[in-house]
Ligand binder design. Structure first.
Ligand code: 5GP
Length: 229
């Protein structure tokens, strides 16, 4: 009865540092076949353990700027330490055209650009329960210099100021609850009237006519009605 749009939805997931958005996205992808994740390009150096084509498509600063000139990005931004991050236009278009819903895990600058281009995008912001919790999580990882940690917090506080521009905010104090909340958001969004192409029901005149005829037959078979007859 309900004809959905053939093209998928764009979903942006942003979040403060160490909020666990990567883990939430992995769980969402595991549990929902119709979801896919857009793989971003970046000019930042690969970290130990990262894989080209899995974590990002790692390219040089020059290659990134060439792609900007060619108009290859849906959005891009210098996110940290002057390094570029960007969403590839063609790949996302292709995924959406197959009817898949596409998650973009991008920062607040990218979210702003995408929202302007596609106002119907669903914007979700994931937060850690507190900054003290973030500090604990960063210290446990212990991979970064003091400057890098300070920079993460400066960025985190700036990003929190952008939350009013998002549609939803989810606090990740429990992974399973957070995943369920994001799934609930996506389910509700799919039911929104403005995301439905058409509501098709049987023709009213024909349907009512048939219904009346059926009622008449049923009435005739009714034992009480027969007695009255
Ligand atoms: P990192 O991978 O260096 O830990 O963090 C990357 C930051 O850049 C995260 O905040 C992530 O959301 C953001 N990011 C990743 N890919 C993109 C992208 O394609 N565009 C934008 N604007 N931000 C991105």
């Amino acid at each position: 009865m309900i004809k959905r749009k053939k093209s998928g939805e764009l979903i942006i997931i942003s979040g403060t540092t160490c909020a666990g958005k990567g883990t939430i996205i992995d769980k969402l992808l595991e549990r929902n076949d119709n979801l896919s994740l857009s793989l971003s390009y970046t000019s930042r150096p690969m970290r130990p353990g990262e894989v080209d084509g899995v974590d990002y498509k790692f390219i040089s600063h020059e290659e990134f700027e060439e792609k900007i000139k060619n108009g290859d990005f849906l959005e891009y931004a210098k996110v940290r330490y002057g390094e570029y991050f960007g969403t590839p236009k063609e790949e996302v278009k292709k995924l959406l055209s197959t009817g898949k819903d596409v998650i973009l895990e991008i920062d607040v600058q990218g979210a702003r650009q995408i929202k302007e281009l596609f106002p119907e995008t669903i914007l979700i912001f994931i937060m850690a329960p507190s900054m003290s919790e973030v500090k604990k999580r960063i210290k446990t990882r212990g991979k970064e210099t003091k400057e890098q940690v300070l920079d993460r917090f400066i960025t985190a506080y700036k990003e929190i100021n952008e939350i009013p521009k998002y549609n939803y905010v989810v606090v990740n104090d429990n992974l399973e609850d957070a995943v369920e909340k994001v799934e609930a958001i996506l389910i509700s969004e799919k039911c929104r009237v403005d995301r439905i192409e058409e509501i098709a029901v049987e023709n009213q005149e024909e349907f009512m006519h048939e219904l009346l005829l059926e009622d008449e037959k049923e009435f005739k078979n009714d034992p009480i009605a027969k007695k009255i007859d």
